[in-house]
Design a protein around this ligand. Sequence first.
Ligand code: ZN
Length: 285
Amino acid sequence: MALLKQGSKGNDVKKLQTDLNKSKATPKLTVDGIFGPLTEAAVKDFQKKNRPLKVDGKAGPNTLAELKAKLTGPVAPKKMNYTLKTKRMDFELTGATQKIWVRQYWSYVFKTKGKVSKWTSKEKSDFHKETEKIIRKAWGGKFILEVSGTSDFAKYFAGKIFTVLFDVDPRKKGKHWTAKIVKIPKGSSLVSNVVWSKQEINLDTEDLQPADKGAGGGVKMDVAAHEFGHAIGQPDEYKSTSSHKHHKKSIMNRGNEVKKRHAKHLVEELNKMIPDTTFSVKSVK
Ligand SMILES: [Zn+2]
């Protein structure tokens, strides 16, 4: 198509005027096929709003392509859903809902220590339900991710957000973690931890009670939620060597607050999922 400029006439100009009107040209152009001063002003206005287009009032290939792209919108990528399996968790991304599920399979081992009754199957299933509830409340929907890159996926989702959700399923087959749960007498305590290298989560029945760990202000920490932070790759922050030791209310310290930095491992893994696509944490809810 020839360069359209003041003095051009014909159907191409009509099409240009129609498209400029669709892209909200003000004042609205008369579609007469004659490229006059008003059409030129509308072209300039469009170019100004869509830098790096050159603002010359002439509609060449770049301006026409940009106008077409603006009117049709970005094309949906062919592949909208992705999964990624890793050693300690799986990822499932659904483009249509803009959600990313982080799923872990825990193989439970139930033990007892001290004067307590044997585990009943209801207690076991209640423990799992309660633990998952605590994890979801602490971590679910907190990380808001954005995406950049040169892939069709990244371009389509530019400026949009993804929400990260968490799921823990009791399952022996394909387990990511062995969850050793010790039933202990009420009010007693046992050290809970996560051994990253062994893919082992150690919890006890008292971990489902919020505990004052010294965050201050009466803040009580959900221990199971803190330990889950380790299972998604986060280090302790209360240690003297941690640069976040003063953020006592952080969930990886002594409190419950989730910070952007806590998505570090998740984002590193996610960035292996889709070629030429980079996720980053936009905000924390
Ligand atoms: Zn810890």
